[in-house]
Design a protein around this ligand. Sequence first.
Ligand code: AKG
Length: 277
Amino acid sequence: MATPHTDHEQFLRELEAPYALPVNAVRFYHDNGYIKLKHVLSEPLLTWYGNIITDAVFRLNKLTKPMEERTTYEKAFLQVMNLWREHDTIREFVFSKRLARIATELMGVKGVRLYHDQALYKEPSGGITPWHADQFYWPLSNDNTITVWIPLQDTPLEMGPLAFAEASQHIAIGRDKEISDESEAMLTQALKQFEIHETPFELGEVSFHSGWTYHRAGVNASEKPRKVMTMIYMDKDICITEPTNSYRTNDWKTWLDALPVGSVANGKLNPVLYTLE
Ligand SMILES: O=C(O)CCC(=O)C(=O)O
């Protein structure tokens, strides 16, 4: 059944409207490198956009080999990127001012650009997402980068919700590790000194984590896919740095338009999504 026009208009208003951060949220984010926030988006909105995102993920997904033939990375999730370029309705979701404003306020910057979006669907019997920090992959000049992780259903522990090593954004160890069995083994040891925050997400709850915060997710032991949409934002004034590994070189070409090193990361794929008035 088609969604009445008025519902869609209501969703568009919700995606634009400011979210009042709890008073201690900015401090918590800076101290711990992540934050979980409840009731950020409503259930009807997430169900509606979630169905459209899910259709796009299964239409565009290219990873079809059986689970037992996949690498650890491939077992972790189906990964489909920049859905905003594929579907005008998904663009509305990805360009949400409400979410981009939270990212801006948490980082304490003047505004944010999109780095890219990605859907991360952990299939039933999907494996762990090994410990890692995202900024290993990004040739960017400062650490004002942040990912919003948006589950499209309630996500109990058995589905593999995102987990964080609190305040781990301050340590340098492991920053040269790609997502792998090696990063999991090495960081499981190295992160023993940190509190691990691993709790379920209810529908409407989202997390924001910083580019250098270590995070992981458990297996999906349920019978349903763990459907998640994410957007990565960066400080609108961030610059491009010389890529120092092959993943950064690839990201520079794929997401940053291969703009000159030293220039602001303002390629055609990196629109400003929110600026402070
Ligand atoms: O969804 C996952 O399992 C991992 C997510 C992640 O690593 C990220 O969004 O940075």
